[in-house]
Ligand binder design. Structure first.
Ligand SMILES: Cc1cc2nc3c(=O)[nH]c(=O)nc-3n(C[C@H](O)[C@H](O)[C@H](O)COP(=O)(O)OP(=O)(O)OC[C@H]3O[C@@H](n4cnc5c(N)ncnc54)[C@H](O)[C@@H]3O)c2cc1C
Length: 363
């Protein structure tokens, strides 16, 4: 295939943190199609705030069409790819010259923004009307949800059950200990090394059995056990041998899938040896965008940009004011990291990156 500046059809699969920014960055340089399971981009780390304050979702759930004014948006799952085309679940075949895979994680959420906002309303009502609440999972989602509920609804009896020996296993032990202390100080009961059988629980259920033989009473529950990696669909495609044993796409230093000249992968789906975070997924997007522009203008003779993995940095919010930060050589818990993340949860900043007003949502 001759790509020397001729082919400008770019297909981006996955409109999450990485795919949305990449698509926005190249929309005026390419003939662009974004394929995403849903019609909107959602800032993942803002969703827990929207569960306790539904209007917060107005700014963090953004229709793809709001920031993509010069692209086609296909709201469907990609289910197969060939050397030249992508097949969607609805049977559409979309041709490409360059392909970008950014299918980070999948989650079963509604297809439209309006439905997603209604879902937040329903979740908030569920929290509001419960006296006791069970959260299953002590990763970032479970911990951040516990923080939001503990701060906004201090009268709820809140229990968090986690099957690991400590919370937040993706960051350091000290950060986990500080988080446990913070939750305990807010009267959240944390049960480690226990699991709750997810098969036995339903929304009507009030008594939950743990693997430790305990019965927990709760009026409602939230399962926060982590979203699966969005690469299962690739196992039946020409990229099956590009997946490592954890299901991640192996990429080169220019963020192209190893051995492929015209297929990029960015975000959580890649095997880049670094912590999986949105701000890094955004960095991948900008590097890949630059490289795509070079390739599309036939300037591949000029050196493609190299992506260098970053050292560990992550902030987990604990309600509206506090947070725990994992930095390369230390951890900090309290209002200082809270000032960085917990007030606006980087929503204004993320909207700005997409060229949108950080504060106002236009209908
Ligand atoms: C609770 C929580 C808090 C976090 N806090 C932070 C934080 O403070 N800062 C930070 O930098 N990071 C944070 N992260 C991590 C961050 O959310 C991820 O690293 C980031 O979302 C990765 O971006 P991505 O584009 O690779 O994948 P995602 O954002 O997961 O996007 C993947 C997209 O692909 C779509 N998709 C999947 N499969 C298909 C398919 N077959 N066809 C079409 N579309 C598909 C999905 O619907 C989704 O839109 C947090 C994560 C969680 C869970």
């Amino acid at each position: 295939m001759d790509l020397g500046g001729q082919g400008r059809r770019v297909v981006v699969i996955g409109g999450g943190v990485a795919g949305s920014l990449l698509a926005k960055s190249i929309q005026f340089h390419s003939d662009l199609t974004l394929i995403d399971e849903k019609e909107y981009f959602e800032i993942p780390w803002a969703s827990l705030r929207a569960m306790v304050e539904p209007p917060f979702g107005e700014r963090s759930v953004i229709n793809h069409k709001d920031y993509l004014t010069n692209a086609r948006v296909v709201a469907s799952s990609a289910i197969n790819i060939t050397e030249t085309e992508v097949l969607t679940a609805e049977g559409r075949l979309i041709g490409y010259d360059y392909l970008v895979i950014a299918t980070g994680h999948t989650e079963s959420v509604p297809k439209t923004r309006a439905e997603r906002l209604n879902q937040y309303q329903a979740e908030c009502e569920k929290i509001n009307s419960a006296r006791s609440i069970l959260i299953v999972g002590g990763g970032p989602t479970g911990v951040e949800l516990a923080g939001e509920i503990a701060v906004d609804f201090p009268d709820k009896l809140l229990t968090l059950v986690h099957n690991g020996s400590r919370l937040l296993e993706f960051i350091g032990l000290k950060a986990a200990d500080k988080t446990l202390n913070w939750l305990t100080s807010k009267k959240v009961e944390v049960k480690l090394e226990q699991s709750v059988s997810l098969n036995d629980i339903s929304d009507g259920g009030k008594v939950f059995q743990t693997s430790g033989g305990e019965s927990l009473k709760a009026d409602c529950h939230f399962v926060c056990t982590g979203r699966p990696l969005g690469s299962t669909w690739l196992k039946g495609t020409l990229l099956k041998s590009s997946l490592d044993n954890r299901g991640r796409l192996m990429v080169d230093e220019n963020l192209r899938v190893k051995g492929r000249k015209n297929i990029f992968a960015i975000g959580d789906i890649t095997d880049i040896p670094e912590i999986k975070q949105g701000y890094l997924a955004q960095k991948h997007a900008l590097v890949a965008a630059k490289n795509l522009k070079l390739l599309m203008t036939g300037e591949e003779g000029r050196k493609l940009e190299i992506y260098r993995p970053s050292s560990i940095k992550a902030i987990v919010s604990l309600g509206r004011r506090d947070a725990v930060a994992q930095l390369p050589f230390t951890t900090v818990c309290g209002s200082v990291p809270g000032m960085i993340k917990s007030r606006d949860l980087f929503v204004g900043k993320t909207r700005k990156k997409l060229g949108l007003d950080p504060h106002t949502v236009l209908d």
